[in-house]
Design a protein around this ligand. Structure first.
Ligand SMILES: C[S@@+](CC[C@H](N)C(=O)[O-])C[C@H]1O[C@@H](n2cnc3c(N)ncnc32)[C@H](O)[C@@H]1O
Length: 266
């Protein structure tokens, strides 16, 4: 099912960006919040869309929040260590990461999403100095030429890889590694095969990756340096019921790995 916001049509996958903003708004109202993203509140307030798109979203919002927080933590560290680096944030949706973290001191930040999402995003969130919002598809190489290749790069893809076929993911990783000879890191989340099968049964077109070492076999320049199943962060889940459930899930490998974030160096 597709949706519409501010008069912009959103397809089945693009529409999921409304879910993540809404989840961040629910989190912001919690005391204390897991992520505490005030930009999400402002963004959602200014968006006109049919709220039925959000039906059923946010019951269990913890994985999305733990994922964003984990990626923020890793990215913050990389940015501090690479003051002249470039951040390339793929499939940014309406996420405010560039504002939450700030760009590398002497570096640049690029957000990228599909053209209709960029149209939706324009004017909703501030665009600070050193920041650029690009329209393009990660499955096409045209936009890559816009990103300078003379600095180390941090590439973030949150909530994206599970919507790309393995062939497309592999092609994207190959293109990224080739484009940035100074090297850098790539961070993304994945779901295992069983989650993608369950999601498809509910009409969400997902792809799974069971082994986080798969990208190393695809491209020998990629090295897995860290991976984190988000269930392992159960202790920070605010609601007792979900915390208990996550703790139980964390003891059995298939459920423990139902969403993981991995960090690769190249
Ligand atoms: C689950 S949302 C995640 C948005 C954001 N990263 C977040 O966490 O709030 C998925 C995003 O992937 C984007 N996307 C899907 N396919 C894409 C493609 N081929 N190229 C660029 N972005 C894409 C969608 O437009 C959407 O913004």
């Amino acid at each position: 099912m597709s949706g519409e916001a501010r008069g912009v049509r959103l397809g089945t996958v693009e529409k999921t960006l409304l879910w993540t903003v809404y989840i961040k708004v629910l989190d912001f109202r919690n005391d204390p919040p897991l992520l505490g993203d005030a930009w999400a509140v402002d963004t959602l307030d200014r968006l006109k869309f049919d709220r039925r798109v959000l039906r059923g979203v946010g019951g269990d919002r913890n994985l999305v929040l733990l994922r964003a927080r984990r990626i923020d933590d890793w990215a913050r560290r990389w940015i501090a260590e690479n003051p002249a680096g470039t951040v390339l944030h793929l499939a940014c949706g309406l996420d405010s990461r560039a504002l939450r973290l700030g760009r590398p001191r002497e570096g640049r930040w690029f957000d990228l999403d599909l053209p209709n999402v960029v149209e939706l995003r324009q004017g909703l969130l501030p665009e600070p100095e050193g920041y650029r919002l690009l329209a393009g598809s990660v499955t096409e190489p045209d936009w890559l030429g816009e990103i300078p290749s003379d600095a180390p790069v941090l590439i973030i893809a949150e909530g994206l890889i599970e919507y790309l076929s393995p062939d497309r993911t592999r092609l994207l990783l190959d293109r990224l590694v080739e484009r940035f000879p100074q090297g850098g890191e790539i961070v993304f989340d994945t779901v295992p095969g069983w989650v993608s099968v369950a999601a498809r049964a509910h009409g969400v077109p997902m792809f799974g990756m069971d082994d986080p070492r798969t990208p190393e076999r695809w491209n020998p320049k990629l090295r897995l340096v860290q991976e984190r199943p988000l269930m392992a962060e159960y202790a920070d889940v605010p609601e007792w019921g979900y915390r208990t459930m996550y703790r139980a899930f964390n003891t059995w490998e298939p459920t423990r790995s139902s969403m993981r974030v991995s960090r690769y160096r190249f």
